[in-house]
Design a protein around this ligand. Sequence first.
Ligand SMILES: Cc1cc2nc3c(=O)[nH]c(=O)nc-3n(C[C@H](O)[C@H](O)[C@H](O)COP(=O)(O)OP(=O)(O)OC[C@H]3O[C@@H](n4cnc5c(N)ncnc54)[C@H](O)[C@@H]3O)c2cc1C
Length: 289
Amino acid sequence: MSVEQFFNAESIEEVVDLLDQYKGDAKIIAGGTDLVIALNNKKISPKVLIDISKIEDLRKIEEKDGELIIGSAVSFTHLMDYIKGDNNLKGLYDAARSIGSPQIRNKGTLGGNIGHSSPAADSTPPLIALGAKLKIASKNGIREVLLEDYSAKKNGAGLQEDELILTIEFPKLRKNQFLTFSKLGLRKALAISRITTSAVIELDQNKNVIDVVMCSGSIGRYPMREPEVEEYLKGKILNEETIEGAVEVLIDSMDERLEGRSTLPYKRIAIESILKETLYSRLKFLSEV
Ligand SMILES: Cc1cc2nc3c(=O)[nH]c(=O)nc-3n(C[C@H](O)[C@H](O)[C@H](O)COP(=O)(O)OP(=O)(O)OC[C@H]3O[C@@H](n4cnc5c(N)ncnc54)[C@H](O)[C@@H]3O)c2cc1C
């Protein structure tokens, strides 16, 4: 079955009405970098496509009440331009920069990366570490959900077929909180990530870990927080010894999670260098600021 109707939506209300009208027969298209491939491979066959890429309200980045509010149709290039030079958010910049090629980053959007719900979506781990929440609209109104819960599809937090992601929002970081991000294959422009780690790490002047929120990508069924690593690091001085310890803790959790999987031996080796890069880059920030 091929697409029968294409709507160039001009407003959020129009999208929500169309989604309600066509329900499972309709698909939202933003940059199209995932969706067009899925259409070509006949993985999906919607009758209706709703293009949201021209809706100005979804293409804005705003700061309000100490939060950064990113419209779902903001492209990676736009996001990178906005946060470039913000040391505290360097991890989000690095994650966006690691996605595809310049063409993919010009077209691909944050909402599309999240809407596609791939376990390897590169924007998700840093956004979870930042405590991001999504605003999601449908004919029934607007609901808010933590990206962490959305990612795990906890208590129905996943996207319903009549829903549109409006914004991705997170609190701005404090002066001594830094977001870091590491990805296997970061320098290979077109590599879709297999493994990532990202963390917001708050240190005092003695490199004591006051707080840490860490998220991994592709070492579980979905991008997820790593509470064992967080607990291990809190209150300790971040140094070579604790970084080695954190790696052991993460490998133990991963072993349990991926028991029996053929990819486990490879992931055990890869995660060591990825996590080390994430934690050492926090120390690098300390020496630079
Ligand atoms: C060559 C290539 C390299 C790539 N490299 C990477 C990479 O390194 N890392 C990575 O993470 N991804 C990568 N991708 C995947 C893709 O580019 C990203 O996932 C991108 O963010 C998708 O955004 P989009 O706007 O193109 O989404 P679309 O293709 O337009 O949509 C994707 C899905 O999300 C839904 N959707 C879109 N917007 C919304 C919304 N606002 N609300 C609800 N649902 C919505 C759509 O219905 C669809 O199901 C790559 C893709 C290609 C083709």
